[in-house]
Design a binder for this molecule. Structure first.
Ligand code: HEM
Ligand SMILES: *[C@@H]1O[C@H](CO)[C@@H](O)[C@H](O)[C@H]1NC(C)=O
Ligand SMILES: *[C@@H]1O[C@H](CO)[C@@H](O)[C@H](O)[C@H]1NC(C)=O
Ligand SMILES: *[C@@H]1O[C@H](CO)[C@@H](O)[C@H](O)[C@H]1NC(C)=O
Ligand SMILES: *[C@@H]1O[C@H](CO)[C@@H](O)[C@H](O)[C@H]1NC(C)=O
Ligand SMILES: *[C@@H]1O[C@H](CO)[C@@H](O)[C@H](O)[C@H]1NC(C)=O
Ligand SMILES: *[C@@H]1O[C@H](CO)[C@@H](O)[C@H](O)[C@H]1NC(C)=O
Length: 329
């Protein structure tokens, strides 16, 4: 049945369209080329700094990508992870479960901010610089290149006490991991795609030693670990020994690629959370398909990382543009 269009339905439609329009604006407020007139060279400047830093130390790649992830999962992508603690006021980065963020990521963002400030003072947020630096770290190491939406403001709060529960832990079950991602608006395919960031970087023995020595009563080693790989890891991480670091992807440690998924198929996932993606029958089909196809993987990863960059974005009175990334204005 087709109803006649009354003035009331017309005004309802107008209202609905207006609500949808403003909801979209408020939800993100992000756009490509946000700084076209205020800082047209920002992308070139950030890319140059990331490349320089990567030439100086390979730790740049993993530490910068992970810093972006942690920023977005605690209080949204608002640069709050960059804030330094002050006496009596422990910031996010010093929460006991900051999960050992490496200092190179912080250095990369601070250097990039300094270079951007020299060109266009007071225009570009630290949150956006971190989002760009992470993209460049991914693309510079062979991963997919994508356009970064910009316009995030820097947050006004960074509190160590807001970290617990926001970040995934390597020893959680797949349902717990999915919950953590879902709480940030990311679904199962997003989680499996983003986990490919573990195609670069390093992890401490303490994050996976239980898989080698104390998996469960009567079964010290996680049976989903490839035995040769388990033996190799035992040699790198002696039981009760120092908390050394191990390359997460032994096959192509500095390449951001889908080798990550082929490792999982081979019992070569380093962290418990990696291995589970192949053990669980819901996520295994994604692993199998992305292990096979760089194109399918890239598409899924780009979709997910753009979504990650929209998590909890601040606008208006919720934020500002920091002068210095590790200190509030
Ligand atoms: C699925 C849930 C995840 C868990 C449980 C997890 C956990 C971890 C752990 C325990 C480490 C080792 C840290 C250390 O020992 O120093 C690590 C490293 C890393 N993670 Fe994740 N992570 C997850 C997802 C992600 C995502 C979504 C990204 C980015 C998109 C990411 C990027 C990285 C990178 C790049 C490293 C290497 C860091 C470095 O080299 O300094 N992780 N992760
Ligand atoms: C992480 O937190 C610990 C305290 O738990 C602190 O010593 C360390 O400096 C923090 N890491 C960074 C990069 O801020
Ligand atoms: C940090 O969070 C704690 C607990 O919620 C709160 O008591 C404290 O005031 C917060 N600090 C800042 C600086 O917001
Ligand atoms: C899981 O890992 C976290 C962080 O390393 C640790 O605090 C916690 O005790 C672990 N939980 C279990 C059940 O082993
Ligand atoms: C996750 O969300 C994306 C859209 O961002 C969608 O294409 C994909 O099918 C979703 N995956 C699942 C498992 O719901
Ligand atoms: C996964 O396995 C469980 C039982 O082990 C089964 O009930 C479920 O239907 C399977 N799901 C998929 C997607 O294959
Ligand atoms: C992976 O690729 C091989 C060879 O191209 C093909 O036979 C196989 O069906 C593919 N598997 C999946 C899950 O796409």
């Amino acid at each position: 049945m087709v109803r006649p269009t009354t003035p009331r339905t017309v005004s309802l439609i107008v209202l609905a369209v207006a609500v949808a329009f403003f909801a979209r604006l408020c939800a993100a407020d992000l756009k490509l080329n946000y700084y076209a007139s205020t800082c047209p060279n920002v992308e070139t400047i950030v890319r140059g700094v990331v490349q320089q830093k990567k030439d100086a130390t390979i730790r740049t790649t993993g530490s910068t990508i992970r810093l972006f992830f942690h920023d977005c999962f605690v209080e949204g992508c608002d640069g709050s992870v960059l804030i330094k603690s002050t006496p009596g006021n422990p910031a996010e980065r010093d929460a006991s479960d900051n999960l050992s963020l490496a200092f190179e990521g912080f250095e990369t963002v601070l250097s990039a901010k300094a270079a951007v400030e020299a060109a266009c003072p007071g225009q570009v947020s630290c949150a956006d610089i971190l989002a760009l630096a992470a993209r460049d770290a991914i693309a510079d190491s062979g991963g997919p290149f994508y356009q970064v939406e910009l316009g995030r403001l820097d947050g006004l709060v960074s509190n160590a006490s807001s970290v617990p529960g926001q970040l995934p832990e390597a020893n959680q079950t797949i349902d717990q991991l999915l919950e953590v991602f879902k709480a940030h608006g990311l679904n199962m395919s997003d989680m499996v795609a983003l986990s490919a960031a573990h195609s670069v970087g390093l992890a401490h023995c303490s994050k996976f030693a239980y898989r080698l020595y104390s998996y469960q009563p009567g079964q010290p080693t996680d049976p989903t670990l490839n035995p040769n790989y388990a033996a190799f890891l035992r040699s790198k991480c002696p039981d009760g020994g120092p908390d050394w670091m191990v390359l997460i992807d032994q096959a192509t440690p500095a390449q951001f690629d889908n080798q990550y998924y082929r490792n999982l198929q081979d019992g070569g996932g380093l962290l418990g959370s990696d291995a589970l993606l192949y053990t669980d029958n819901r996520t295994r089909p994604m692993v199998d398909s992305w292990a096979n196809s760089t194109e399918a993987f890239s598409k899924a990863f780009v979709n997910a990382v753009v979504k990650l960059g929209r998590v909890g974005v601040k606008s208006g009175a919720q934020g500002n543009i920091r002068k210095q990334c590790d200190v509030f204005n």
